[in-house]
Design a protein around this ligand. Structure first.
Ligand SMILES: *Cc1c(COP(=O)(O)O)cnc(C)c1O
Length: 416
């Protein structure tokens, strides 16, 4: 990745871009929401479509010259439709947060009630945190996972919904390691006559690859991000039934956005095409197998996993029992020095602060993209344990060497 055109104009940015590629190649990207898009997707995103205004939708734009923009957006829509089996797809949201905003805007009035999972229990800012527009515009109450088991408690959710009488229930999470039973949440939503938004941002690729049950056709609205477990470049997507199609489209544009980022829509088209292949199904399966192997390895080293394990692409480690003197922030910092990049994360029943929480969250989507298998992920678990057990310089240096060998054995973006 030479970035030669950037270098001609702006060596400072070219240096940073090259250093970023090197960083991604030579360290382990284990932030559960990250991945490595293919060079084809990167190429599409870096295309001349960034120049094009295409407000509106295919065949009905507010600007001339949209024939190729139409072609690309229609391909993205058709492929997403095939991938997820949705009646209606909107591929224009700039991000997952924008996708959620569109659904709220299509269905709710300011002051309406949203019931969503607490951020420290694995929810997302865009589900109603007070710092986010959602928390400021709507009346939000939050549910929690069972702090003992780490699992969603569907019966407690039903009771809380009966009490609060929400207009919208949000499911789908940022740090929940277990399978989500969409049907049970849909039942709760129907019992109180609320809409159900299933936000699959983290697991879009697992749903596409058939390794997590799909909420499409179950929940009223499904939103996703396109850059996490699916490798279609940064952005968001909304799926719904014919019934709400026009409302969602109007809420995305002109409701919440101006011109779509057509270069990113091109990235989505290419990434969705890749996701329609049998290789992608295998990728999704391997991502989950790798997370299970990582979790088992960490458990063997005495770490406590929230919910005891994982069904998806991430593990959430609660450090309080095994390493009472180490915060998630301490662990994150030491691991980063060793070339293992993940994040400190709150855990259910958090007793520290969100800025220096009690857990770490680790995902396998990016490692799996570069070819890691279960054995490699067990080794990664060993390395994490070594650093968290004893964050001394010599240990960090040794682990850093082992990380580099693992990276060399699993090259990223070719080697030029
Ligand atoms: C990542 C995430 C989003 C989307 O985030 P953006 O950064 O806005 O794309 C939405 N919901 C959940 C649950 C997420 O984890």
């Amino acid at each position: 990745m030479e970035h030669e055109h950037v270098r001609e104009v702006d060596p400072a940015v070219a240096d940073a871009l090259e250093a970023e590629v090197k960083r991604q190649r030579s360290s382990l990207q284990m932030i559960a929401s990250e991945n490595h898009a293919s060079r084809a997707v990167l190429d599409a995103q870096g295309s001349a479509l960034t120049n094009k205004y295409a407000e509106g939708y295919p065949g009905s734009r507010y600007y001339g010259g949209c024939e190729y923009a139409d072609e690309v957006e229609q391909l993205a829509i058709d492929r997403a439709t095939e991938l997820f089996g949705a009646e209606h797809v909107n591929v224009q949201p700039h991000s997952g947060t924008q996708a959620n905003q569109a659904v709220y805007f299509a269905t709710l009035e300011p002051g309406d009630k949203i019931l969503s999972l607490d951020l420290t229990h694995g929810g997302h800012l865009s589900h109603g945190h007070p710092a986010n527009f959602v928390g400021q515009l709507y009346d939000v109450e939050q549910y929690e996972v069972d702090a003992e088991t780490g699992y969603l408690d569907y019966d407690a959710l039903a009771d809380q919904a009966a009490e609060f009488d929400p207009d919208m229930i949000v499911s789908g999470y940022s740090a929940y390691p277990r399978e989500i039973e969409w049907g049970r949440i849909q039942e709760v939503a129907e019992s109180v006559d609320a809409f159900h938004l299933a936000d699959i941002a983290h697991i879009t690729g697992l749903v596409a690859g058939g390794v997590h049950e799909s909420p499409v056709g179950v929940a009223d609205f499904v939103t996703g991000s396109t850059h996490k477990t699916i490798r279609a470049g940064r952005g968001g997507i909304v799926m719904t039934s014919e019934e709400y199609a026009d409302d969602v489209d109007a809420a995305v544009f002109p409701g919440g956005q101006g011109g779509p980022l057509m270069h990113n829509v091109a990235g989505k088209a290419v990434g969705f095409k890749e996701a329609l292949t049998p290789e992608f199904e295998e990728y999704a399966r391997q991502t989950v197998a790798n997370a299970k192997a990582l979790g088992q390895s960490l458990a063997d080293h005495g770490f406590s996993l929230v919910s005891g394990g994982t069904d998806n692409h991430l593990v959430l480690v609660d450090l309080r029992e095994s390493h009472p003197d180490t915060s998630g922030g301490d662990a994150e910092k030491a691991l980063e020095d060793a070339g293992i990049v993940l994040n400190g994360n709150t855990v259910p029943g958090e007793t520290r602060s969100p800025f220096d929480p009690s857990g770490i969250r680790a995902g396998t989507p990016a490692l799996t993209t570069r070819g890691f298998d279960q054995d490699d992920c067990r080794t990664v678990g060993d390395l994490i344990a070594r650093v968290v057990d004893r964050s001394e310089e010599d240990v960090i240096a040794d682990v850093r060497d082992e990380v580099e060998s693992l990276c060399e054995a699993n090259p990223l973006y070719g080697d030029e």
